[in-house]
Design a protein around this ligand. Structure first.
Ligand SMILES: Cc1cc2nc3c(=O)[nH]c(=O)nc-3n(C[C@H](O)[C@H](O)[C@H](O)COP(=O)(O)O)c2cc1C
Ligand code: SF4
Length: 750
C-alpha cells in the first residue's frame, strides 16, 4: 500500500514538472485523497480490534434496540417476552427484526452462483409467554373426517382436555358445524384467549380440506383483510392423521399445509404439529400426542416461537419462486444456500401437490362410496345420476311428480342428473347428507360433455333395468322408459358450475331431451352466458341476507350481491327463457317474510313461482342437516303462505295468479297472468314445438311453446293435482291391508 502511495506522489510530481505547475493544486488534492483512503483501508486484524470499542457486528448487536411494539410485548426478567395481547406480534417488531445477514454472507467466498437479491428474512423468533395460564384458554377443537378416525381422535382429545381446562372446550366438525369458515379463520369468535386445535386427515382425492386450504390461501391474498388475522389467537396446534404406508410421499400433507398456513396468517404455534400414521401408530400414538399436549398446557414458561409472517405471502405454493429466479438470472448462491434450496425443492414439491388438479369424486374416495351408497351413480369424475322415486312410482302405474301436473313431465321418461356434484352452498335442507364436494371455483379435472351424457344415460337405463322384477311395473311404461325425454338438471350440486354446460345442453336437445336446469343464484357469470334451456330455475331459499346465510350456508362472501345480480340477469338477459323461482319452505327458517320474496319477484319478474314445503331427509345426526320434523310445514301452512305472497304481488300491480297445485308433494304454482289465456292456464309445455323452434334457428321466447294445464291440476281442483288416470297409492293403507292379510293367513294356518 505504501508503495502505491509513493507511486501516486511521484506521478503527481512528474505531472507538476511536465505541465509547469498548472494543475498542481488538483494533483495535490488527488494525492491527499489517496493518502486518506489508504489510512481507512486497515488490515483485518486492526478492524476486529476496533469492534471492542463499540463497532461490533456480532449477531446480538444486529437487533435494533428493544422498543415496545404496540404494547404487545413486555420483557420478562429472564429476557423472555410476555405477550400482553396473547400474540407474539406479527407486525414488524423492531426488537426481533434480524438484520439481513445474507448481505454479509454474499461477501464470503467461495461461491458458485451469485445471488442478485438478498433473501428476505424468513423467521422472526423469540421467547414468548402468554399473559394468562394456557389452561384458562378457550379451546376450540376443529376436525374434519370422512371415515371417522379424525372424528374419534378429536372426541378423545375433547374428553381429555375437558378434564383439565378451566373453560369447557368446543368440539366442531368443520364440514357441518362451521357454516362460514370466515367466522373462525378471518374473524375469530368473541372469546378471550382462544386456542385452536385442528385434527385433520389427509386425502389425495378431493375432500372438504381442499376447500379449507383454498380459503386460507384466499384470506392471505385478500388485500381487504388484515394480513395476519389470526394473530388474535392465543395459539394453535394441528394433529394430522394419515397413512404413511400407502401415501408415503403425501403423508399428512394437508395437515402440514394447514399448520403452515395458520402460522403464515399470524397464529402462534403452541405445540408441534403431530403427524400420525393411522396404520402404524394408530390410537396409542394419538393418545400419546394428546397426553403430551395436555401436559404442555400446564406449563406456562415462555416458549421459543418462530413465525413466518415477514415473508411476502403471495402464495405458499410459490414460496420459493424467488430463489429459482435468482438462479435463472445467472446469479450466485453460496454452497450453504444450495443445501437449503434442495431441502426447499422437496418441500415445494409437497406443497405444489395441493395445486394439482384432482378428480372431484375419485373412485377410491370416501365421497364416492358415500354417494354410491345413497344410490347415485357417479359418472366420470364429477357428474352423477340417480333414479328418482317418482320415476319408480310412475313405472308402477302410480303417480308422477308435481312436474307432470304443472308442466306435463312424465316421470318415467325423466332422468335426474347433474354434471357437477359440487356446489357453492351447503343448504340445510339439501339431501346430499354432507357428502358432496364444495367449492367456489372449478378446481377439478373436467370431463367431456359427450362422455357425461353417455355415462348418465347408461347409468339411468341400468337402474331402470333393475326395476324389471319389481311387482306392479307397467310393461308399456317400462319399455318407454328406455328413451329418456326429460332431464332434470338438479339432483345434488350446481349444474351451471360445469364449464361446458352449454355444450351439454346442446347434446341433450339434439336427442330431443328437454332440459330443466336449477341453479342456486350464486354464479352470475355462468347464468349470463347460459344458452336456451326448456325451463330455467333459480332457487330462492330466503328473503333476507341473514336468513339466506343461515339456510343456504353459502361459501361465497358476497353471496347476497351474487343473488341480486342473478335476479337482474333473469329480468334482462335471460328474460326470453321460461324462468322459475323455486322456493323451498322451511318452518322456523324462511317462512316469515313473504314481502321480502315479493321484492325479489319484483326484481326478476320470473314467469313462474314454484313453492314447495321442505321434505324431511334425515335428522342432524352426522349429516350437518339441522332440520327436524318440526321444520317441515303442513300443506295448509304452505297454502296460506302462497295466498299471502300472491296477494302481495297483486297489491303491487304485478300480475300473477295461483295456477296449479300438487297437494301430495306439498307444492303450489304461481304463474304470470301472461300464461292465463282465454280464461285458461297455460303452464304446460309443448315440447315438440320447443325442439322445432330450437332447430329452426329463429329467435323465440317462452311464450312460443305454451300448452294448456289440465283442469285436474288447477289450484283448488278436487283432484289436487293428482292425475285421475294414475292409481293413488296410499302407503299407510297398503301397509295396513298387508298386515291384516298376514294375520288372516296365520289364523287360517292355526
Ligand atoms: C382415498 C384416500 C386417500 C388418502 N390419501 C392420503 C394422503 O394423501 N396422505 C395421507 O397421509 N393419508 C391419506 N389417506 C389416509 C387417510 O388420511 C387416513 O385413513 C385418515 O385416518 C382418514 O381420516 P378420517 O377417517 O378422519 O377421514 C387416504 C385415504 C383414502 C381412503
Ligand atoms: S322432475 Fe324430478 S322428481 Fe320429477 S320425475 Fe324428474 S327427477 Fe323425478
Amino acid at each position: 500500500m505504501a508503495l502505491i502511495n509513493h507511486l501516486i506522489l511521484v506521478s503527481a510530481l512528474v505531472c507538476y514538472l511536465a505541465t509547469g505547475g498548472r494543475i498542481s493544486i488538483a494533483c495535490l488534492a488527488v494525492v491527499l485523497y489517496c493518502l486518506l483512503q489508504g489510512s481507512s483501508t486497515l488490515p483485518s486484524t486492526s478492524r476486529s480490534a476496533s469492534s471492542t470499542c463499540g463497532h461490533s457486528k456480532s449477531p446480538e448487536k444486529t437487533f435494533s434496540s428493544p422498543v415496545k411494539d404496540e404494547s404487545s410485548y413486555e420483557i420478562l426478567p429472564n429476557g423472555a417476552v410476555k405477550l400482553t395481547r396473547s400474540s407474539n406480534g406479527n407486525k414488524e417488531s423492531p426488537m426481533f427484526k434480524r438484520k439481513d445477514d445474507t448481505k454479509q454472507r454474499k461477501k464470503r467466498v467461495p461461491k458458485i452462483f451469485k445471488a442478485n437479491k438478498p433473501h428476505s428474512p424468513k423467521f422472526k423468533e423469540g421467547l414468548t409467554a402468554t399473559s394468562h395460564s394456557l389452561l384458562d384458554s378457550n379451546f376450540i377443537i376443529f376436525y374434519s373426517s370422512l371415515t371417522g378416525s379424525s372424528a374419534k381422535a378429536a372426541t378423545t382429545l375433547h374428553g381429555k382436555l375437558s378434564e383439565i381446562a378451566t373453560n369447557k372446550p368446543q368440539l366442531l366438525n368443520m364440514d357441518e358445524d362451521v357454516n362460514d369458515l370466515e367466522d373462525y379463520f378471518v374473524n375469530t369468535p368473541d372469546l378471550k384467549n382462544l386456542v385452536y386445535i385442528l385434527v385433520l386427515p389427509s386425502y389425495d382425492t378431493d375432500s372438504p380440506l381442499d376447500y379449507f386450504l383454498e380459503s386460507l390461501e384466499e384470506t392471505s391474498n385478500d388485500f381487504r383483510i388484515d394480513k395476519f388475522p389470526l394473530k388474535k389467537l392465543a395459539g394453535f396446534t394441528v394433529l394430522g392423521l394419515g397413512d404413511s404406508e400407502s401415501w408415503a410421499e403425501k403423508f399428512c400433507y394437508q395437515a402440514k399445509l394447514v399448520d403452515k398456513w395458520l402460522s403464515k396468517l399470524g397464529a402462534r404455534r403452541i405445540f408441534p404439529l403431530g403427524t400420525i400414521c393411522i396404520k402404524t401408530g394408530g390410537e396409542p400414538k394419538i393418545n400419546e400426542w394428546i397426553d403430551i399436549f395436555d401436559e404442555t398446557l400446564k406449563d406456562d414458561d415462555p416458549m421459543l416461537t418462530e413465525n413466518e409472517p415477514e415473508v411476502s405471502i403471495r402464495d405458499l405454493n410459490n414460496e420459493y419462486d424467488d430463489d429459482e429466479a435468482d438462479v435463472s438470472d445467472d446469479t450466485l448462491v453460496d454452497v450453504e444456500d444450495m443445501g437449503r434450496m434442495i431441502a426447499k425443492t422437496k418441500e415445494e414439491n409437497e406443497i405444489s401437490q395441493v395445486s394439482e388438479k384432482k378428480e372431484m369424486v375419485a373412485k377410491d374416495s370416501p365421497t364416492f362410496k358415500s354417494l354410491t351408497k345413497q344410490g347415485y351413480t357417479v359418472v366420470g369424475s364429477h357428474s352423477g345420476v340417480k333414479i328418482c322415486r317418482w320415476t319408480k312410482s310412475a313405472l308402477r302405474g302410480r303417480g308422477s311428480c308435481y312436474k307432470f301436473a304443472f308442466y306435463g313431465i312424465r316421470s318415467h321418461l325423466c332422468m335426474e342428473t347433474t354434471p357437477s356434484l359440487s356446489c357453492s352452498n351447503k343448504c340445510v335442507f339439501c339431501w346430499r347428507h354432507g357428502s358432496n364436494p364444495v367449492g367456489t371455483t372449478w378446481r377439478w379435472q373436467v370431463d367431456q360433455p359427450q362422455d357425461i351424457l353417455n355415462g348418465a344415460l347408461e347409468g339411468h337405463y341400468k337402474k331402470i333395468k333393475q326395476m324389471r322384477g319389481v311387482p306392479g311395473i307397467v310393461s308399456d311404461r317400462f319399455n318407454e322408459a328406455f328413451t329418456v325425454r326429460h332431464c332434470a338438471l338438479s339432483l345434488v350440486g350446481e349444474p351451471i358450475f360445469y364449464p361446458y354446460i352449454n355444450e351439454f345442453l346442446q347434446m341433450l336437445h339434439a336427442k330431443h331431451i328437454s332440459s330443466f336446469l336449477v341453479c342456486n343464484a350464486q354464479h352470475p357469470d355462468q347464468l349470463r352466458t347460459l344458452n336456451k334451456v326448456t325451463q330455467l330455475y333459480v332457487s330462492i331459499d330466503a328473503s333476507s341476507k341473514d336468513e339466506l346465510k343461515r339456510i343456504d350456508r353459502p361459501l361465497f362472501r358476497n353471496y347476497w350481491e351474487r343473488l341480486h345480480e342473478c335476479l337482474n340477469i333473469i329480468r334482462t338477459v335471460q328474460s326470453h327463457q321460461r324462468t322459475v323461482f323455486r322456493l323451498t319452505l322451511v318452518k322456523g327458517f324462511n317462512m316469515g317474510d313473504f314481502k321480502g320474496y315479493a321484492d325479489m319477484v319484483e326484481s326478476a319478474l320470473p314467469s313462474l313461482i314454484e313453492i314447495k314445503g321442505a321434505t324431511f331427509c334425515g335428522s342432524s345426526s352426522g349429516n350437518g342437516n339441522p332440520l327436524t320434523m318440526q321444520n317441515i310445514p303442513f300443506y295448509e301452512e304452505c297454502q296460506n303462505f302462497v295466498r299471502s305472497l300472491n296477494d302481495e304481488l297483486n297489491s303491487r300491480g304485478l300480475e300473477y295468479g295461483i295456477a296449479a297445485e300438487h297437494a301430495h308433494s306439498c307444492c303450489i304454482l304461481i304463474a304470470s297472468k301472461r300464461y292465463y289465456i282465454n280464461s285458461q292456464w297455460y303452464t304446460h309445455i309443448d315440447y315438440k314445438k320447443f325442439f322445432r323452434l330450437l332447430e329452426s334457428g329463429e329467435k323465440f321466447t317462452h311464450m312460443d311453446y305454451l300448452a294448456p294445464t289440465p283442469e285436474w291440476a288447477y289450484w283448488g281442483s278436487s283432484e289436487g293435482g293428482f292425475n285421475p288416470e294414475d292409481v293413488k297409492y296410499n302407503r299407510k293403507e297398503e301397509k295396513e291391508k298387508k298386515r291384516l292379510a298376514r294375520e288372516q293367513s296365520k289364523q287360517l294356518e292355526a
